[in-house]
Design a protein around this ligand. Sequence first.
Ligand code: ASP
Length: 598
Amino acid sequence: MAESMQGLHRTCRCAEVAAEPAGSQVTLMGWVARARNKGGIVFVDLRDRSGIVQLVFEDGSIDHEGFEKAGRLRSEFVIAVVGTVEKRLGAVNPGLVTGEIEIRVGQLRILSESQVPPFPVEENSRTKDEIRLKYRYLDLRRPDLQRNLMMKSRVAMLTRQFFAGEGFLEIETPMLGKSTPEGARDYLVPSRIHPGSFYGLPQSPQLYKQLLMCSGYDRYIQITRCFRDEDLRADRQPEFTQIDMELSFVDVDDVIDVNERFLAYLFKEVLDVEVPLPIQRITWQEAMDRFGSDKPDMRFGMELCDVSDLVRDCGFAVFTGALEKDGSVRGINAQGQGGMPRKKIDKLVEFARGYGAKGLAYIAIGADGARKSSFGKFMKEEEMDALVSALDGKPGDLLLFAADKTKLVCDVLGALRLELAKQMGLLDKNEYRFVWVTEFPLLEWSEEENRYTAMHHPFTMLMEEDLPLLDTDPGKVRAKAYDIVLNGNEIGGGSVRIHQNEIQEKMFEMLGFTKESAYEQFGFLLDAFKYGVPPHAGLAYGLDRLVMLMAKTDSIRDVIAFPKVKDASCLMTQSPGKVSPEQLEELGLALAAENAEE
Ligand code: ASP
């Protein structure tokens, strides 16, 4: 029978015992990670969230009954022990903080027993995801996940501490409310009291935080949950956490300044990593031109090079054809990859096709300088020389070219650049390279909807000098929007907001809202702006992604206690689930699908 812990008080956690001098008495509680019965002596690794310590049970040091009980211990039993800290007699374990000591146990209580767990609770588990997620409460006992969640807790604590020190107020905004357009579908919550009406769960607190600025709170922060019903994508979560902020009387530089000091503080405190300030800034245009991506990974070079002018009159129709259609020809240099076997190059071509390219042209330069090329026969020698020198091709390099519409060329080479970096081992998880990407386009043309949509959201301010372009060439208008990018991941983004009613109305017009429809959705914000609105700007980080990078793991699920899988379901609780007909009736809802079946 499970014993109680009455009369016992835990003196410290398992790994904290390392700080106790030999000879001290400790009371520890935790889970049995491993039990080894060696006849007259039983060794147990005791685990809690701090780590592991070795327990020794020896007939004589503990009474005979206690020793027999120790013999029954199995993995995941929860126990309490009272014992003495001793220097290890056997081999020390340099991999453990407690590797030089052990606890000689004088008293043992079994607080609860465990069935044989469906998988071993161990670091870097190789058990299938589905099983681990079904038994998430066991999975969460694994030391790597425990470290991640402890790190996340610390990041949240330091975030609050830092921003409080900068005069930010933490203010809650509703979960049941009117949702903000952030480009995804809303999760809806039906109202019982107002049958037929729905709340939207927030895709972000955007509207509320702007209203808080109107109300004079001038620096707001919140660590809050956001909900986005997006199409299925691996490693996306329908609910996730943002560090969300908004500031009054500021422009781009002010937001960037406080945030880069925050990042430097956070990385120093949590990882002991120095982030050199100021963080580099590049414009969106430059990011696209140089890296083919608006979230460039700056840990390595391999920059895109526009060679359109060098091939304008060449004899290779793929190149000239793309240029005639206003496209471009660009290349990258995969240094030292000139010896890549043909099969592997073909794989890269396949990869590029996955991104919409019709093909890839290449020049492989041998160690002796001899060139092999997929299109050399269409080119003059000097044209080939010019291409090689434009890409700074040296013996042993592989030059890859794409020709098409410029956007597609950038996408393809941007993706290829990353793929090659992966293959070439250029992505060091211990290196943290930040970059601000600024001056995003304000609008994006949507082929589907045949109209402009907001690239960030409809409240984003444009660069003052681009105001005249709004009427003449809207696609060229740059926004006062910025993203903070870490190792090729967008970890945060924000913008200066429109605080002038005329510009906001114009913006809605561009986005295809009528005056009425804009009012219907955002009337309260537009009204608020009539009563004295300060210039304001803000930013939000994806906390989960940020911690994922800090914890050097590849999956966002590793930093969320109870994550959902790709189809937005939870394997442990089996949510979402059906509800009773009574519940539906109360809400005034009927299921179309079931009615159809009847
Ligand atoms: N609300 C924006 C987002 O969720 C961030 C911001 O503009 O502050 O991406």
